[in-house]
Design a binder for this molecule. Structure first.
Ligand code: SF4
Length: 250
């Protein structure tokens, strides 16, 4: 397993064991009290925690097996989703405690997510795929309102929006430019794509992937030669590869 993926999977496991330690402390405190009600609460807490622990363990194990096999396990996809949903915020906390830079963890999370999406071997039609771009990809001096309709772009070549428009036209994919998470969610709700290729920075991409839940989202990081949120750039080849992967089953 590469380092990028190891960070995230390692933190998933560390988060799980942190949760177990907290449960152990609760157990210790309750067993110090000699009341029947406390014992009933204790049994309840331990039973619920035990079930959650088993489910999360299966989820993490499934993620590791899927990465090693490069193939998804359809019957365990819900478990992997559950493990990700519950433990992702904990991985950030654990990472901070052990001094790992937040963006490294987010990049690792995005890499694991992309690998799991690839392992699904999706075969979608072009029109079932939405390419979701951040507004900062547009040249800051461009007067055209592309968030309202990307067809307002005149393909002048001053930014990558025109090239991406051509790419989507060739593949029949849906192209949208969003100013933030709210507009991005609106586009997804309106168009109901079966797969999304999202371009953004580490923070927006990871929160977007997290929020989309079971909808497969391939994340492509943007480049920020002029600093964050201003005239950003993206590797066209990476988007084309992601599009081909979603349409040709990897
Ligand atoms: S390529 Fe489109 S969005 Fe970019 S500057 Fe030209 S007209 Fe504006």
């Amino acid at each position: 397993m590469e380092t990028k993926k190891r960070i995230y999977v390692g933190l998933l496991i560390a988060s799980l064991f942190s949760a177990v330690m907290i449960i152990g402390i609760v157990w210790y405190l309750i067993t110090q009290r000699d009341i029947i009600l406390s014992q009933i609460i204790l049994i309840l807490i331990v039973s619920i925690a035990g079930i959650i622990f088993i489910l999360l363990s299966i989820g993490i194990l499934a993620i590791i097996i899927m990465i090693i096999r490069s193939r998804t396990i359809p019957s365990l996809e819900n478990m992997t989703q559950l493990a990700n949903d519950i433990l992702f915020p904990l991985t950030l906390l654990t990472g901070r405690l052990v001094g790992i830079e937040k963006n490294s963890i987010l990049r690792s999370y995005i890499a694991v997510n992309n690998y799991l999406v690839k392992a699904k071997k999706l075969i979608l039609k072009g029109e079932q795929v939405m390419i979701l771009l951040p507004h900062c990809l547009q040249n800051s001096e461009c007067p055209h309102k592309i968030t309202v309709d990307v067809n307002n772009c005149k393909e002048c070549g001053k930014c990558k929006i025109g090239d991406l428009k051509k790419l989507c036209r060739e593949h029949g994919a849906v192209l949208k430019v969003a100013t933030g998470g709210t507009l991005a969610r609106k586009f997804v709700q309106e168009n109901r794509p079966r797969g999304v290729i999202a371009v953004a920075c580490e923070r927006d991409l990871s929160s977007g992937i997290y929020e989309m839940g079971s909808l497969p989202v391939m994340g492509v990081l943007n480049c920020r030669p002029h600093g964050p949120c201003n005239n950003t750039d993206v590797d066209l080849l990476a988007i084309e590869k992601a599009l081909q992967m979603m349409c040709k089953g990897g």
